[in-house]
Design a binder for this molecule. Sequence first.
Ligand code: DGJ
Length: 534
Amino acid sequence: MVSTLRSENRPDNLSKVQLLNTSKGPQLLVNGRPFVVLGGELANSSASDIKYMDPVWPRLKSMHLNTLLAPVYWEFLEPEEGKFDFTLVDYLIDQARAHDMKLVLLWFGTWKNSMSSYAPVWMKKDHKRFPRTRNDSNRSQEIFSVFGTQTLEADKKAFSRLMKHIKEYDGQQATVIMVQVENEVGMLPTAREFSSVSDAAFAADIPRELATFLTKSNQPIRPELNDKWVANGKKTKGSWEAVFGSGLMTEEIFQAWHYAKFVNEVAAAGRKEYDLPMFVNASLPRPGKRPGEYPSAGPLPHLMDVWKVAGPSIHFLSPDFYNPDTQYWCNLYTQSWDNPLFIPEMNFDETAAAKAFFTIGHYRSLGFSPFSIDSEDKPGKELGKAYELLSAMMPTIAGKKWLGMDGFMFDSKDRVAAAEMVDYKISIAHYNTMSWASAKKDSVWTMGGCIVIQVSADEFLIGGTGAVVRFECKDSSFVPNFLSVEEILYEDGKQVVGRRMNGDENHQGRQVHIPTGEYGLQRVRLYRSPAIVK
Ligand code: DGJ
C-alpha cells in the first residue's frame, strides 16, 4: 500500500484516519480498520436546530447508515469575529457516537453553491474588507470575491479553529472521518470574476506551477486544457489569454485556478491543526451549457488538472449527482490523478439504492451518500435495505478480501452487463429479462443493481436487487455448476446462513437471481465439470 497524498503532518496534528491508494483501489482506514461510507447528507438547514435533529438520528440508524454528512455553518461557528461557538458541532459528534455512526463534516464557509450565504453577518455587512463579485449588469452579488485577501484569512482562521476543536474533542475517537471544504464552489453568471483586481490577475502571466505542469507532466493532461494550450502554441509564459486563447474556457480556467488556490489554503490551514482527509465537491453542468451558465470553475473533470496543481492539500474532487448519467461522470472523476471516487450527494430517488451497488462495486468508491437523507418523503426503505445488505458485505468489500469485485446497475435501456474474474466469465442482467418476470412489460423498469465479489477460486458473494447472474468458465472445456447457493442474512452485525437457494430460487441450478423489489445477499459455491462427457 502506498499513500499518494502530500502530508501536512506535524507530530501533534495526526489523525486516526488514513486515505491510502492500494493496488485494489482507494482505501479509507479509520482507527486502522477499513471503512466505506454508507451515508446520507442532511438537507441544508437540518443541523441548525438540535430539536429538529433529535428524532432524525433513530431514523438514520434504522436505514443502516454508518455515516452522516452534515454541514458546519460559519455563521453559527463564529457569530462574532474571533468568538467561536462549537455547540452544534459537539452535538453532531455526541449524537453520531451515541448512534454508532461516523461524520463527514461539510464546511459551509466562504461559498455554498456559488453564494456566500453562510458567511457570518459581520462579514456580509463589511463590503470593504470582504469584497463581492458583481453580475453581468454590474450589480453586487452575495458572492465573496476569490481575490479578497481578508476573506481568505478569515476563512482560514475559522476553519483552522474548527479543525483544532475537532482534534481536541474527537481526535481519540475519530467520529469525524473526513471534511468537505466549502460546498459546490462555482462562479455565476459569468465564467470569471470582473473587477480591477481580477482583470489585473487575468492580464498577468500564468502561474509558474501551471506552466511547469503543462510542459513536464508525466500525467496525461485533460484534453480540454491541453487542446487550448497546444492550439495557442504551447507557450509557457504570458497572460491567460496568450497561453490558452481568448474565450469562456480560458476565463473558466483562470477562475478555477484562483478558486483552487483559495480553497487549498483553507484546507492546508485546517490540516495543520488536524490532518483529516479533505475534499471538494462540484455541481455538474447540464449538457450543452457554457461556462457562466453553470456554476463555473468548480472542481469539474475538465478542470481537474487545474484543481490538482493549484490544490495539493485537497485529497480528492467529488461529483454531486443531480444528473442522470452516473457512469459518464464517475468515469471522468476516476480517470486521472488517482482521484478516488466519493459521492457526497446523489439525488435521493428510487434509483439511489442501485447506484450505491454500482458505484461501490465498480469504482471501489470511498462511499455513497444521497442528499436530503432526513426527508421523510424519500425512498428511505429501499436505501435502508441496500445499506443493510452492504453492511453485511462490508468486511469483504472494505477489507478488500477478494480476488475480483464489480458493481452493476440496469434499467429498461441498459439490461445486461458482463465481467471477467479469474477463471470465470460472468453475465449479469436485469431480473425483468426473465421470461416470467411480471414487470417485464412495464415501460419503465425499477432500476436493478448488484455487486459481484469473487471471494476465492470458486466462491462468490452476490448482493443486490433485481439482478440475474450467470457463470461460464473462461476455459470452454469446462462448465460451472452450483455446489450450493446460500442466502446470507445479517443479524447483530454478523453474517448468518439463511435459506438454501435451490429449485425455483436459482432456476433449478441455472443462475443466481434476486427478484425486482427484493434485496438479497447470496453466497455461491461452484464446481467445474468437463464440458464434453466422454
Ligand atoms: C447541491 C448542494 O450542494 C446542496 O447543498 C443542495 O443545495 C442541493 N444541491 C439541492 O438542494
